[in-house]
Design a protein. Structure first.
Length: 101
């Protein structure tokens, strides 16, 4: 499986492949689409990025996969910034922060 580098090209089917769902059901694909949108929203809130520019934010793509896997594994629709955040996620997002208050 090749990880998509452009944020706009990431699909719920690719998330399913990343988390090793061989034959995802329609409900699982809907669930993964929700996780995908939550992950993007979380990243925007964490970094202060208003809109993703695919050429400037390609390193964030893997973060989306990791966040979606975490939400799928833990069956949560939220990401707690104060909880044990994955170090890859934190360090990558910290590099892209524009809201340094």
């Amino acid at each position: 499986m090749a990880i998509v580098e452009k944020i706009s090209e990431i699909t719920n089917e690719q998330i399913a492949e990343y988390i090793r769902l061989e034959e995802p059901t329609e409900n699982e694909l809907i669930e993964l689409q929700t996780y995908l949108e939550v992950a993007k929203s979380y990243i925007k809130g964490y970094t202060g990025i208003k809109e993703f520019e695919d050429d400037l934010h390609t390193s964030i793509a893997i973060v989306i996969y990791v966040l979606c896997q975490d939400m799928y594994d833990n069956k949560t629709l939220y990401l707690d910034r104060n909880a044990n955040i994955n170090k890859l996620v934190q360090s990558t997002l910290d590099m892209h922060c524009v809201n340094l208050l």
